[in-house]
Structure formats: structure tokens, C-alpha cells
Write a protein that binds this ligand. Structure first.
Ligand SMILES: NC(=O)c1ccc[n+]([C@@H]2O[C@H](COP(=O)([O-])OP(=O)(O)OC[C@H]3O[C@@H](n4cnc5c(N)ncnc54)[C@H](OP(=O)(O)O)[C@@H]3O)[C@@H](O)[C@H]2O)c1
Length: 292
């Protein structure tokens, strides 16, 4: 049985991976952040030595966009330097490394789905740091690393702690008591349910796939306004979404207008994710299920 050392087990994606590992016949070990800080090379090496994993999956990141703009050096430390050190350690100990990246490595100018081989051109510090992290991983441990890009991730009962939730939970809260709500219409994404991404990631790792960059996002694409409309419909909310074109701007941050991803390589391996609409249905089912 292959063993996974998982970083970020309490996060949206990490918790999904954690709950899915038994059904893939995989063993998983994880530690509290205080004992295994992804940016602490000594702790990472200690835990690799102590647990002897076949695979290290890192779901941690510095991913608050405004904070990345304010603290670019921290974004580079967490999303590039720490990731580079983890990849190097994995190479040293013969461990497969898995790191997650984002649709924000693209500028969206293509105007259609972005493929794995399309050139990256990020528009803000977060995307710059994640793109640099991809290059760093490939430099350190190309033959043994998977970089999985995803888009508009949401999951978990409370979403991401550091992000204060996720789009679905926050938009429903924001709609409370409102007849209408303005939501961005110009950014095209493929919002992805963490439960589907976690399962697809484990399927990819169990498939004998070659290391490299993979896109794993729920199928199809939509604007945030369309996504909010569907979320309100499923949640039984009467709030009407007013689509607004903000030109990709949100305060000081520029976002790509068409960052949605095409899962070309995964599909060739027979790994197909459900549609973004099915992602939302699965998420509401999860939220309505009893806590284990
Ligand atoms: N969210 C999105 O829309 C989105 C879109 C595209 C790609 N991604 C990428 O997908 C990945 C997973 O994102 P997510 O939304 O699942 O994140 P998340 O919910 O915020 O979870 C991150 C996890 O990592 C932990 N963590 C943070 N810093 C750590 C550190 N230094 N050492 C060890 N653990 C640490 C967090 O613990 P605490 O909560 O206690 O800090 C949490 O358990 C990230 O690489 C992200 O960049 C996300």
C-alpha cells in the first residue's frame, strides 16, 4: 500500500484528499501545522525520514490575493522557495512530489480554454508566485513531480480558514436579506469542488501517469455571476444576481478574464471530472450530510 504524507489536511482540498484515500487503497499520514510547517525545511525532512512516504502532497499555499500584493516576499517564500525545498527533499529521498497551482498563471487573453502546454503569463503577484513555483518544482525534481492546476476551488464545511470561507459559502451569506446582488460577469472560470479535485488527483496518482503539469478542474465554464445564480437556485435563495463587468479589476488586483482550464492530459488517461453544475450539487449534498 502506497503511503502519502499530506500537508494541509485541514484545508478545503486537503480534507477532501484525506477522506478519499482509503477508497483508493492508499495510506495517509499528516501532522498539525505546528509540527509540520511546509516552509520549515528541517521539519519537512524530519517527517519524510520518520514516515517514509511514497508521495508528498502539498496543498498549502499563500493564496490570499490582496495579501500577496502587499507581501510579495512572503508569496515568493511560501509559493516558490518552500515548494522548491520540498521538491528537492523529495528528490533526495526518492519521493513523488505533488503541488497545486492555479488558473491564475494565465492572463486569459486567449479567450478560450487554457491547455497545459499554453504559455503562462500571470497578471498579479499570486499568479507570478505560483507560476514561479511550477518552474522551481520542475527544476528541482522534474522526473518525480506532479503540478496540478485547478480553478475557483471550494469545499469543506467552512471553506478555507485563511481565506475566510469560499465563494459559495460567502455569496450565500452575502445574499442574506437582499433582493439583488451584483456579481462579476467578465471572469470566466471553471469553479471546482474540492471533493472532485481530491478524487481526480488520487486517481491520477494511482494511474501510473507520467509526472508533469496536469489540469484538473470541473468540466465546462461560467462567469462568477452564472455560478452564483446556480448556487442560489440550489440553495433555494430568491436573491437575483445582477451581472456586472468590472473589467477584471478588483481593487488593486487584476484578474484574468478567461482563465478556465481544459483537462486535456487527464482526459487522455480516462480521468474526467464532473461538470461545474454537478460540482455544486455534490457540494450542497456534502454540506447537508451529517458531520462524521
Ligand atoms: N482556493 C482557490 O480558489 C484555488 C484556486 C486554484 C488553485 N488553488 C490552490 O489549491 C491549493 C489548495 O487550496 P485550498 O483552497 O484547499 O487551501 P486552504 O483551504 O486554505 O488549505 C490550506 C491548508 O494548508 C495549511 N497550511 C497553510 N500554510 C501552511 C504551512 N506553512 N505549513 C503547513 N500547512 C499549512 C492550512 O492550515 P490553516 O488553515 O491552519 O492555515 C490548510 O490546512 C493551493 O495550492 C492553492 O493555491 C486554490
Amino acid at each position: 500500500m502506497k503511503k502519502i504524507l499530506l500537508i494541509g489536511a485541514t484545508g478545503q482540498l486537503g480534507s477532501a484528499i484525506l477522506s478519499d484515500t482509503p477508497s483508493f487503497g492508499l495510506e495517509v499520514v499528516y501532522f498539525p501545522k505546528a509540527e509540520l510547517d511546509a516552509a520549515n525545511n528541517i521539519q519537512v525532512e524530519e517527517k519524510i525520514k520518520a514516515t517514509g512516504p511514497d508521495i508528498l502532497i502539498n496543498t498549502s499555499a499563500y493564496h490570499l490575493l490582496p495579501e500577496c500584493e502587499e507581501h510579495p516576499e512572503k508569496a515568493m517564500e511560501v509559493n516558490v522557495a518552500a515548494v522548491y525545498r520540498m521538491a528537492k527533499l523529495c528528490k533526495q529521498y526518492g519521493v513523488t512530489f505533488v503541488n497545486y497551482s492555479t488558473d491564475y498563471v494565465f492572463d486569459g487573453e486567449k479567450g478560450s480554454l487554457n491547455a497545459e502546454i499554453d504559455p503562462v503569463h500571470p497578471l498579479q503577484i499570486y499568479g507570478i508566485s505560483k507560476a514561479a513555483g511550477e518552474f522551481a518544482v520542475m527544476d528541482a525534481h522534474k522526473e518525480g513531480s506532479f503540478i496540478i492546476r485547478t480553478s475557483g476551488l471550494y469545499g469543506g464545511r467552512t471553506g478555507s480558514r485563511s481565506k475566510g470561507g469560499n465563494f459559495v459559502l460567502n455569496i450565500i451569506k452575502e445574499a442574506q436579506g437582499k433582493d439583488t446582488l451584483e456579481v462579476a460577469s467578465e471572469q470566466i472560470v471553471n469553479p471546482t469542488y474540492a471533493g472532485h479535485l481530491g478524487a481526480a488527483s488520487l486517481r491520477l496518482l494511482s494511474s501510473g501517469a507520467a509526472p508533469g503539469i496536469y489540469h484538473l478542474a470541473n468540466e465546462g465554464y461560467c462567469s462568477w455571476a452564472e455560478f452564483a445564480t446556480e448556487a442560489f437556485r440550489l440553495a433555494g435563495k430568491r436573491t437575483r444576481v445582477i451581472p456586472v463587468d468590472r473589467g477584471g479589476k478588483n481593487g488593486i488586483i487584476t484578474r484574468p478574464k478567461f482563465s478556465a482550464l481544459e483537462n486535456i492530459k487527464a482526459k487522455k488517461l480516462g480521468i474526467k471530472l464532473p461538470s461545474w453544475q454537478e460540482g455544486l450539487v455534490s457540494y450542497f449534498n456534502f454540506l447537508n450530510s451529517p458531520t462524521k
